[in-house]
Write a protein that binds this ligand. Structure first.
Ligand SMILES: [Zn+2]
Length: 413
């Protein structure tokens, strides 16, 4: 049962107004556009698989120091005391973005602010099929984080378990190029990834991350380092994290970050990585019990070592159960009213861990910035798909592709 419970993963985010009033958000920073250009897509790539990579060595705290290296550990970055440490809350939603689930995102996440006046964050791990890229552009321009969840998201799960480096290039490296192109968002704004079904692929996924400018992975659950919780760390050295969905990486990947999925504990103490995967959960109609369930899990972090708290969910779970959505909104309201807890984009957690500062100093920092973009919305179709022969229609922010974009032809040329 444990493996079943752990395999379903979702991330969700909900936002509401704090204290019944809408604070005026500080202006968003606008960074300079990057001149970084994406690599070519992998169409036609026939690179041989590398030999087995050497094993990473045991982590040496003297050699591995912030900002670019951190040993896997439950210790608070920067040696801070828990009371001086910001409690980050990362809400994440997985899979395609479409006209159905955008309603939930708009209703729960938009116009929500943390106690420092900065817009609350959330991260979307987006898979390609049936995604409406005009809506991805909308989420991006609302300041949320767009991350990768593969082009195909295909079954069976063994496809991912056995995936080679070249498959991961096609599913994630190419997806970054595809996402940037179809949603018209900056290539370099896409920094994170999560593999479907939380199925680790050994070294394969990590071998491609640096080439594509992917800074962190948010696939790897831990069920043993939950109290105190495991903080994000890099793969310069061997990880001490439990491997819940093997195979886990064995080689060294300098500067590549792991944002662990620190499991919740259900009502019977069984760990669950996604909220909608908790087996012994409260009655789906009982809002109060759900609110208490969420808060109990949150307090393990907030009253402990303040490791980032994840609310990972699928939108379908929330839209199916309004009482749970209400509990989730109440939880977000609570977090947004706490002076030392912050709903942020996942990548902001990595940024803080690199340069940890006490909560008072964190609150004085400017809000996250992003480069606003526009979308010339275009409706495309029918587009024939080579992988299943079906016709698809797409909403994108670019000129229409010739065929339906897919693995090996991510731009549909
Ligand atoms: Zn998924």
């Amino acid at each position: 049962m444990r493996s079943v419970v752990l395999l379903s993963v979702v991330v969700g985010l909900v936002i509401t107004v704090v204290n019944g009033q809408v604070p005026t958000p500080p202006p968003l920073q606008t960074p300079e556009p990057s001149t970084e250009s994406p690599p070519e897509t992998t169409a036609g790539s026939t690179e041989p698989e590398p030999e087995d990579l050497p094993l990473a060595e045991k982590c040496d705290e003297e050699l591995c120091k912030l900002p670019n290296c951190r040993c896997s550990s439950t210790s608070i970055p920067g040696g801070l005391l828990p009371r001086d440490t910001p409690q980050f809350v990362t809400v994440t939603f997985d899979d395609g973005i479409n006209i159905n689930n955008i309603i939930t995102y708009r209703n729960t996440l938009y116009n929500r602010f943390n106690s420092n006046g900065c817009p609350a964050g959330a991260t979307f791990y987006v898979s390609h099929e049936y995604t409406n890229y005009v809506l991805v552009n909308e989420l991006y321009n609302r300041g949320f984080e767009i991350a990768l969840h593969s082009i195909s998201h295909q079954t069976p799960q063994t496809y991912w378990l056995e995936a080679t480096r070249d498959i991961m290039k096609q599913e994630f490296g190419d997806q970054k190029i595809q996402m940037s192109h179809l949603a018209n968002i900056p290539y370099e704004s896409i920094k994170g990834m999560r593999i479907p079904f939380l199925q680790m692929t050994g070294n394969a996924s990590f071998e491609i991350m640096k080439e594509y400018g992917l800074e962190y992975d948010c696939t790897w659950p831990t069920t043993t380092q939950t109290n105190p919780g495991l903080w994000p760390y890099t793969l310069d050295f061997a990880s001490t994290q439990d491997c819940v969905v093997p195979p886990c990486p064995t080689a060294s990947f300098p500067g590549t970050w792991i944002k662990p999925l620190v499991a919740w504990s259900d009502l019977q103490g069984v760990p669950c990585s996604f909220v909608d995967a908790c087996f012994f959960a409260p009655n789906v109609l009982d809002e109060e019990a759900w609110f208490q369930f969420i808060v109990t899990n949150f307090e393990r972090h907030y009253l402990g070592n303040r490791a980032p708290f994840g609310f990972f969910v699928h939108e379908a779970f929330l839209s199916a159960w309004p009482a749970i959505t209400n509990a989730f909104v109440r939880f977000m309201d609570m977090v947004n009213n706490l002076p030392d807890a912050f709903m942020v984009n996942s990548h902001e957690v990595i940024d803080w861990v690199k340069n940890p500062v006490p909560v008072d100093k964190y609150k004085a920092q400017s809000c996250r910035g992003f480069i606003p973009t526009t979308c010339s919305a275009t409706s495309c179709g029918p587009l024939n798909s080579s992988h299943n022969g079906m016709d698809y229609w797409m909403q994108i922010c670019n000129v229409c592709p010739r065929v339906y974009p897919w693995v090996g032809n991510p731009l549909g040329l």
